[in-house]
Ligand binder design. Structure first.
Ligand code: URA
Length: 211
């Protein structure tokens, strides 16, 4: 993997308690269009792609982002709007990002699987594996210093069968990059203790990016 200068401390926004949540995409990653076209052409994902009403949801954010956040797969609202993290989980996630002073210029949001699985089920192992090349391309292009893995599915990219409860909040150096597993925001929305840990992991992200 290419190595460049660390970007983390270069551009940090000011913390806001009550951020606007209607952020428009800074960059709809056109530079990624080849990778996204290749993803759309994967035969073995046609069972997801060909479901009625399902659309491809690519990543969005800044291509210079020092921080990349990888979720599991689009939810209902994401599928409707064709944008990652715009439903209830995304609102929580974006609020936390703003709380620690990260603006849309400093993050790139994406998902492991780019189609909403039927019934919102967890992506299957082979779907994750087929999605790796596209994610690798997103990472190669953006070169984030810190990759946040939101939930068990993205954690499985670097830790097969890893427990998110065990690994969340613990930064891992892997392939010369810093990765941080955190609870998925939808889990935080369901449970107060998980919410506390979720918020704490953003405090940690704040410390990592200013450090
Ligand atoms: N959950 C995810 O994992 N990703 C999204 O984009 C929305 C909800």
């Amino acid at each position: 993997m290419e190595e460049g200068p660390m970007k983390l401390s270069i551009h940090k926004g000011s913390p806001q308690d009550d951020p606007p949540l209607n952020l428009r995409t800074v960059v709809h990653a056109e530079e990624l269009s080849n990778a996204y076209d290749a993803y759309r052409a994967i035969d073995e994902l046609s069972h997801l792609r060909d479901e009625p009403g399902i659309q491809f949801v690519g990543g969005e954010g800044s291509l210079d982002a020092p921080v990349m956040i990888i979720g599991e797969a689009p939810g209902e609202v994401e599928n409707e709007q064709g944008r990652p993290f715009v439903g209830p989980s995304g609102v929580l996630l974006r609020k936390q990002l703003h709380r620690i002073g990260l603006t849309e210029y400093e993050v790139f949001l994406t998902n492991v699987v780019k189609y909403r699985p039927p019934g919102n089920r967890t992506p299957l192992y082979f779907e994750v594996e087929l999605s790796r090349a596209c994610l690798d391309e997103e990472i190669r292009l953006i070169q984030p210093d810190l990759v946040i893995l939101a939930g068990r599915t993205p954690l499985s990219l670097i830790h097969h069968n890893g427990s998110i409860t065990e690994h969340q909040g613990k930064p891992i150096m892997f392939e010369e990059r810093l990765w941080l597993p955190i609870f998925h925001p939808s889990a935080a929305l369901r449970d107060d203790t998980t919410m506390e840990a979720f918020r704490a992991s953003f405090d940690l992200i704040g410390a990592l990016i200013s450090g």
